[in-house]
Design a protein around this ligand. Sequence first.
Ligand code: TZD
Ligand code: CA
Length: 531
Amino acid sequence: MTTIREATYDLLRRHGLTTIFGNPGSNELPFLAGMPEDFRYILGLHEGVVAGMADGYAQATRRPALVNLHAASGSGNAMGALTNAWYAHTPLVITAGQQVRSTIGQEVMLSNVDAVSLPRPLVKWSAEPASARDVVRTMGQAIHTTVLEPAGPVYVSIPYDDWAHETGPEEEHLGERTVETAGGLSDGQLADLVAALDAAARPVLVLGPDVDSAQGNDDAVRLAERLGAPVWVAPSASRCPFPTTHAAFRGVLPASVAGIAGLLAGHDLILVVGGPVFRYHQYEPGEYLPDGAALLQITCDPGEAARAPMGRAVVASIGPALRRLADAVVPRGVTVQPRPAAPVVPHQTDADGRMAPEAVFDVVNELAPEDAIYVNEATATVTAFWDRIQMRYPGSYYFPASGGLGFGMPAAVGVQLAEPGRRVIAFIGDGSANYGITALWTAAQHAIPVVFIILNNGTYGALRGFAAKLNALDAPGLDVPGIDFVSLAAGYGVDAGLAESVGELRDQVAKALASDRPTLVEVRISTVSPF
Ligand code: TZD
Ligand code: CA
């Protein structure tokens, strides 16, 4: 006899979903009891951290990840993290234990009342199987739905008395199913796009995060080189789609209407690939496009295509589209000159014992391996980061895709778990760190060797920048003094130290990179404007 529980594990195994990121409760125990030996369970101490670890893991593996949460309360704790997973197009199969079917209506303790509505609108699809005999098919539907383009989280609530039921003919063919997308450009669309690019006098590329998820980075380089076009990264960058060491790399566009139109002035064709048009943040109204410019967008997400305020959009799988465009455009034999080098900044502490963030990035860039992976959640210093940290390979950068804090520390753990052959270095602001601090414990327990660098300026630096812009400088709640991250790290079992000079920073980062355990380095930095 095969139970629904056994058949579900078998289905998960067939799809490679053998790592479970979770935080358990009573409703989940009947599924987890006797977990097969080829599965591993990664415990997170808060569901925001569980979802953030799974998000990092899924993005870095470019495969779906499995999450198991406790009913409504656990799911609720994960919701903030789902804002990031949703905008990152991260495939996550989130399961939540539900109370015994016959008792949900009584609203017994830890029942998930209206479970299907709970995670909306941050999931592509949510379900609670109508009977035990539909659990395995529903899980299959969840797995197929999460990866179909655009990928995104899905949610399944499962009453715990379902697991012990026997399977029957309903389950027989589920394991063999495959479901796939064939989202290519038609020949006519390709010819049209190529004609537009070839006809442009001064084209520019703007690349979004889905270029990196589709591993289209090399094709983006080829396309840029053949067109002789400069390359910008789309605003609010959550991944690095183009080598920052390439001469054509110009930086990350600012997240405002006026800022983007200003920087792209002079171009007659803006080709945006693998991202929304555009993920603006600070409200600086103005013309959406520079004078005389047309915009073409290629996105895998119909929602991104439909909601953009300008341009012609084509919905297609990013990898093949980029490859075919790069093959087809006429090489122009033009080489783009590199942008000016980042300004030199003194590498010393100021009178208050604070280091310039630029100096911290310089030291880490010098010591880190060339293929290091960066997770960034220090909000005011993002521009300095992109100016100074060199990233050459696909999968080198992760930032919260919707700006929801609490992603950085957990995602760093998930990415490092997915990429044991590369080192993950996480720059985390002293504000951001507190939303996901318990990820340190998981890193320590599994010896996941992330190098956490806490950039401590004692304040919500980005909000100070916004407060100045929004005439809100007297707003309360902008400072976070008095947090000792070295002690917090020690409390969760992570080796940690405070670097009080550039020399100490150098030593501690070198030591952290040599360690096979997680390490935290706290450094006091001066506050810079996020704009
Ligand atoms: N809560 C959550 C979950 N996400 C948010 N984005 C915010 C609050 C608001 N917020 C920002 O958008 S940036 C920021 C906050 C609180 C400050 C982060 O401070 P930090 O980094 O110390 O991590 P900086 O470099 O000092 O800005
Ligand atoms: Ca800060």
